[in-house]
Design a protein around this ligand. Structure first.
Ligand code: PHE
Length: 347
């Protein structure tokens, strides 16, 4: 093998050994660069006699072309390999199963809320929605629950680091009863001078807050408050509304209702409402489902109405508890943990 054949073989081996474009450029410099082996050989021509210079020059140029061709081939091979690797890395496996979009569903408590709204709606009740952050007056004082009254501890709630116009801390409403007041005041203002005033029949479903947490109490829970005010509304109407509601809610006529005397600042007289099923797993057990009572004259006054003329009842029930009873769930916290294994059962 002559020196040029050897040089070509060396160049091919070096180019082959280069695995990156940068390596390859370094290898190229060793042959074709300013101080490269071929360049040195060409410089050496100057010392040769005329004839020898011609033949040797042609040989070196031929070798140079071969080195350049080998370099070009290796460049192409490295570029091809890189493209191939990239394609491999980004390849799509069209045989993989597609990513499916899961079907969602309503939260069980939302289902209960919708049921409550539909049933009361059919009995002529409007639905009122209002703020969850309330002033002291709407959450307590307007409801005949004065500052420092011990009954406030029944509805101990959370406070917001902001004060209202009267300098009292804003609170997270401990019940939806403030909506009674908001709705009734708006109603009274709207029908001022209309005689007789159309009845107030409204429910206020929504989120409520209390300092409470165990298997049957959560710091955030739901309430549905109801209010019916007219000139001739009595406990008899309350009882028929409740009986009708609970029978339709639980889809059974085999259900008893009882009022148990109780205390709420905003109603007088007041009663807890219990129901009992005539059959099923809960048969014969009295279950507390609501608080209720005739709206206290002070509260009617705060509605902007005359308690000598406008009377009626209010009630508050817990949609979370109704959901537990309806579906046989025994831990309230399951509703708020967000565990899909639990929630998907209600789809
Ligand atoms: N707001 C009361 C509570 O949260 C429930 C209630 C409402 C009782 C209306 C009577 C009348 O305890």
């Amino acid at each position: 093998m002559n020196d040029l054949d050897q040089l070509l073989a060396d160049a091919q081996a070096d180019f082959q050994a280069a695995t990156t474009p940068a390596d390859l450029e370094n290898a190229k410099a060793r042959y074709l660069g300013k101080a490269g082996r071929l360049t040195e050989l060409l410089k050496g021509l100057a010392a040769l006699p005329h004839e020898a210079k011609k033949t040797r020059g042609a040989q070196i140029n031929a070798a140079k072309q071969q080195v350049e061709a080998a370099l070009q081939a290796r460049r192409q091979a490295l570029a091809d390999a890189e493209l191939e690797a990239q394609l491999q890395a980004e390849s799509l496996d069209v045989t993989l199963p597609g990513r499916q979009r899961g079907t969602g569903g309503l939260h069980p408590v939302s289902r209960t809320m919708e049921r409550i709204e539909a049933i009361f709606g059919s009995m002529g009740f409007e639905v009122a929605d209002g703020p969850e952050i309330e002033t002291d007056w709407y959450s307590f004082t307007a409801l005949n629950n004065p500052e420092n009254h011990p009954a406030r501890s029944m509805q101990d709630t959370f406070y917001v680091d902001l004060k209202d116009a009267e300098g009292r801390w804003l609170n997270l409403r401990p019940h939806t009863s403030p909506m009674q007041v908001r709705h009734a005041r708006a109603h009274a203002a709207r029908y001022a001078g209309v005689d007789p005033m159309p009845e107030i029949r409204v429910i206020a479903p929504g989120r409520t807050y209390r300092v409470d947490s165990d298997a049957t109490h959560s710091p955030m829970f739901h309430q549905c408050e109801g209010l019916w005010i007219g000139e001739n509304v009595s406990f008899k109407d309350l009882k028929s509304v409740f009986l009708d509601f609970f029978r339709r809610f639980f889809e059974t006529e085999a259900l008893q209702l009882r009022f148990r005397p109780s205390f709420f600042p905003f109603t007088e007289p007041s009663a807890e409402v219990d129901i009992a099923f005539d059959s099923g797993p809960l048969k014969g057990r009295w279950l507390e489902v609501a608080g209720s009572g005739q709206v206290h004259p002070n509260v009617v006054r705060n509605f902007g109405l005359d308690p000598e003329r406008h009377i009626g009842f209010a009630f508050g029930m817990g949609p979370d508890r109704l959901t537990m009873l309806r579906y046989g769930v025994n831990d309230l916290r399951l509703f708020f943990d967000g565990d899909l294994r639990f929630l998907s059962q209600f789809r």
